[in-house]
Design a protein around this ligand. Structure first.
Ligand SMILES: NC(=O)c1ccc[n+]([C@@H]2O[C@H](COP(=O)([O-])OP(=O)(O)OC[C@H]3O[C@@H](n4cnc5c(N)ncnc54)[C@H](O)[C@@H]3O)[C@@H](O)[C@H]2O)c1
Length: 310
C-alpha cells in the first residue's frame, strides 16, 4: 500500500505517516535496547510495521504494555522483511565480543529459513570491519542452506547519542548504509530517507562498519587532546576550557571538515612540526606528560615525505 502525499523533511511533523509518501515495510528489530528501541520508534513513526524481538522477557513485557508488537523469539516472516540486528557488541582483547551478535544472527537465519520471502539483514550494532561480510553472511548462508527464502546482508551503523537517543534516531544528522546488494541499498535508502539528514551509501559493508568506529575514535581523540591541553593550561592557572573554546573556532582542522582527512601524507611545513616539538618539550620541562602529542609526532614520522606519494 503506497500512501502518496508530499512531505517536508525539515520539520518534525513529517513523521506523521498520513503526510508521507512511503510504502510500509515489515521491519523486525532484534535487540530492543537503546539503539533498537530508538530505531524502531523512528520507523514506527513513519508508518512501518515494526516488531521487536528481545531475549529479555521484561523488555518484551514493557514494550507490549506500551502497545508495541514484541516477542522473545524471532518470528518466521512470511513475505519480505528488513531485519535490524541491534544487540550489544562489547569490546574484548581481540576486538569485539560477537557472542550475542552470533546468537542473534543464527536465530534470525533459523527463523527466515522456515518462512518465505526476501529479507535484508542489516547490522546496526557496532562491529569490526568485515564482520557483516564474513561472519554474518556466512552464518545466514549455512542456516538458509535448504530454504527457498532469500537473504542479503547490509550494514547500517547507528550514530545516535545515548543521552538523546529518541531524538537523534528521528532526526539523524547522517545515515550510513553499506551493502553489496543494490536491492538492499535502495530499500534501506528509501526506508531512512524520510527522516532527513545526510545520507552516505557504500557498495560494501566494510566501509560503513569502519566509518562508525572511526567516527567514535575521532570523537574520543578530540576529547583526549583537549584534556591533555587542559593539563598544560593548569600549569599557568588558566582555564583549558577557554583555550579549547577559541581553538575549535580558529584551527582549520576544526573549521574545515576536509582538512587533514586525506590519508597517507605527513604534515610538513615549518610551524606544525616546530610548534609540536616546542610544546612537547615545554610540557616535559613543566612536569606535564603529553602522550597524545608524542603519539602525534610518532604517527607523523611513520609516513614518508609528501613527494614520495605524489
Ligand atoms: N547506546 C548507544 O548510544 C549506541 C550508539 C550507537 C551504537 N551503539 C551500538 O549498538 C549496539 C547495541 O547497543 P545498545 O546500547 O542498544 O545495547 P543495549 O544493551 O541497550 O540493548 C541491547 C539489547 O539486546 C538484547 N539482546 C541481547 N542478545 C540478544 C539476542 N540474541 N536476541 C535478541 N535480543 C538480544 C538485550 O536484551 C538488550 O535489550 C552495540 O553494538 C552498541 O555499540 C550503541
Amino acid at each position: 500500500m503506497r500512501m502518496s502525499i508530499t512531505f517536508n523533511t525539515t520539520t518534525p511533523d513529517f513523521l506523521n505517516p498520513t503526510t508521507l509518501s512511503i510504502t510500509p515495510r515489515r521491519v523486525v528489530i532484534v535487540g530492543a535496547g537503546v539503539v533498537g528501541v530508538a530505531t524502531g520508534h523512528a520507523l514506527l513513526g513513519l508508518g512501518h510495521d515494526v516488531r521487536f524481538v528481545d531475549v529479555n522477557p521484561s523488555t518484551v513485557c514493557r514494550l507490549l504494555n506500551e502497545g508495541k508488537r514484541a516477542t522473545v523469539k524471532m518470528p518466521s516472516p512470511d513475505g519480505d522483511s528488513i531485519i535490524f540486528i541491534c544487540v550489544p557488541t562489547p569490546s574484548d582483547e581481540t576486538g569485539f565480543d560477537l557472542t550475542m551478535l552470533t546468537t542473534a544472527v543464527s536465530s534470525v537465519g533459523h527463523s527466515i529459513a522456515r518462512g518465505t520471502g526476501s529479507h535484508i539483514v542489516a547490522i546496526r550494532s557496532t562491529v569490526a570491519p568485515g564482520t557483516t561480510d564474513r561472519l554474518v553472511a556466512g552464518l545466514l548462508r549455512s542456516e538458509l542452506d535448504q530454504s527457498t527464502a532469500q537473504v542479503v546482508v547490509a550494514s547500517t551503523p547507528e550514530f545516535l547519542r545515548e543521552a538523546s537517543a529518541a531524538h537523534d534516531a528521528v532526526c539523524p544528522t547522517i545515515t550510513v548504509i553499506g551493502s553489496r546488494s543494490a536491492y538492499a541499498r535502495e530499500e534501506l535508502r528509501e526506508l531512512f530517507a524520510p527522516l532527513g539528514g545526510e545520507m552516505r551509501i557504500f557498495p560494501d559493508t566494510t566501509s560503513s562498519e569502519l566509518v562508525k568506529i572511526v567516527h567514535n575514535c575521532f570523537n574520543a581523540t578530540k576529547i583526549s587532546f583537549f584534556n591533555e591541553m587542559y593539563k598544560i593550561a593548569e600549569v599557568f592557572g588558566i582555564s583549558g576550557d577557554a583555550i579549547g573554546e577559541v581553538v575549535v573556532r580558529s584551527a582549520e582542522a576544526s573549521t574545515n571538515p576536509d582538512y587533514g582527512t586525506r590519508g597517507g601524507y605527513p604534515f610538513g611545513g615549518h610551524c606544525l612540526p616546530k610548534d609540536l616539538d616546542g610544546l612537547i618539550g615545554f610540557a616535559a620541562s613543566a612536569g606535564v606528560a603529553t602522550p597524545l602529542l608524542e603519539a602525534v609526532r610518532t604517527v607523523n614520522e611513520s609516513f614518508t615525505t609528501v613527494e614520495a606519494h605524489a
